[in-house]
Design a protein around this ligand. Sequence first.
Ligand SMILES: Cc1cc2nc3c(=O)[nH]c(=O)nc-3n(C[C@H](O)[C@H](O)[C@H](O)COP(=O)(O)OP(=O)(O)OC[C@H]3O[C@@H](n4cnc5c(N)ncnc54)[C@H](O)[C@@H]3O)c2cc1C
Length: 426
Amino acid sequence: MSKAVTNSSAANTTTADILIIGAGIIGVCCARTLQLNGHRVTLLDREGIGAACSHGNAGVLCSWSFDPAAKPGLWKELPRWLADPLGPIALRPSHLPKMLGWLWQFIRNTQSNRQAKSAAALFTLNNPTVEMFRQLLQGSGHESLVQDAFYLFATRNGKRLNLNQLPWQRRLQAGATVEAIDAATLGEIEPHLSKEYVKAILVHGQGRVTNPGRLVKVIGDKVLSSGGRFIQTAVHELIPRTGGAVTVSTQNGSIEAKQVVVASGAWSSRLTAKLDLNIPLQAERGYHMEFANPGVQLNNSVNDVDRAFVASSMAGGLRCAGTSEFTELEAAPNWRRADIMKRLGKAMLPGLNVDEGTPWMGLRPALPDSVPIIGPAGHHPGIFLAFGHGHYGLSGAPMTARIIGALIGAERMNIDISAYSVERFT
Ligand SMILES: Cc1cc2nc3c(=O)[nH]c(=O)nc-3n(C[C@H](O)[C@H](O)[C@H](O)COP(=O)(O)OP(=O)(O)OC[C@H]3O[C@@H](n4cnc5c(N)ncnc54)[C@H](O)[C@@H]3O)c2cc1C
């Protein structure tokens, strides 16, 4: 019997101190951090540990990427991208009416003052990622899952990329070491890349994860081997009780928790629907294709700026990941969007063997300002929210967990956490 959860006398009811709903990278980092802070934790997921979006991402630990998706001038590119059925962004027409409000807020967030605020909030989350993951993995025997790496942004059109552009200026102001390199230098760093790339920007001081799914499982295992508990079941509803406790209704009965952390990724707003909160969360699908026998190797994460995807050598092969597709949560995957990674991967790495490709689809939890919600759920003192990390959830997970840990422990932090508050949408 675990220390964290005990069967209560009532049939079909268990109790938990802190229940974390969702065992993706956000959930496991929250569980482990809370445990290290001395709490008894229970992780809950209907699928298993690390089964959803956190399994298939591109593995970039983006210490120096903190650009919100709503970029000034994005609207100039949008019509071209949307017109191309296999372009980097797709919106299923039937879904458009359901996301008009989100789109409106997204467009408002292209304003430079809002952009700058979101970028600062993302920087706080993402910048310490490599060091924080190293701490979480310490003593696990799996420390090599996190590697130091460059992040390379490469283009075939030299005009498309220069250090005077806003994202690069922001990085430089924040203290990043970035340098523009020519084709010859790029070829020395990544010999298998296509010679069509004429220019790249190299970001120093980044990290990469060689198996993102494994990373979630290793941290989850540490939670379990340290006295935490995992329950595999689907949560239907959160019922706040007077005094702060929460009844969590699941497919297998109820759980009475002193506190609950909602880390349920793209599905989170379903669980918060009855809490009188306004949360404009959309599922932004991404796809990858992982080539098991690639025949070529990358030493770093490489972002193809022209085609908006990222490639990285992983433990299981070479992974090409990207694309944004907005549609209903449960709509069937459009595997053609994963298939385009064969063409894009081959164009990036002419020697790539695309014969043994495994497709994957995952749902990024996307908020219109790209900043996750981290903090209490309005007037419900026992419920904490930790979701909406969009394109940067792997990178932002350890710091998200630290904030949740500080809030639950009523500790002061020397960072401004108001930027993550759910109240910004009310
Ligand atoms: C193609 C792609 C590439 C990416 N590349 C990067 C990258 O390089 N770097 C980076 O930082 N980020 C990247 N991301 C983003 C990152 O993967 C996500 O932001 C992150 O995985 C979100 O983690 P999560 O824990 O919030 O959600 P998830 O991993 O989706 O976990 C949520 C969990 O909640 C569970 N759940 C939901 N509802 C319920 C319920 N009612 N009951 C029980 N369980 C429930 C689900 O089963 C799931 O396991 C990428 C994303 C994609 C799609």
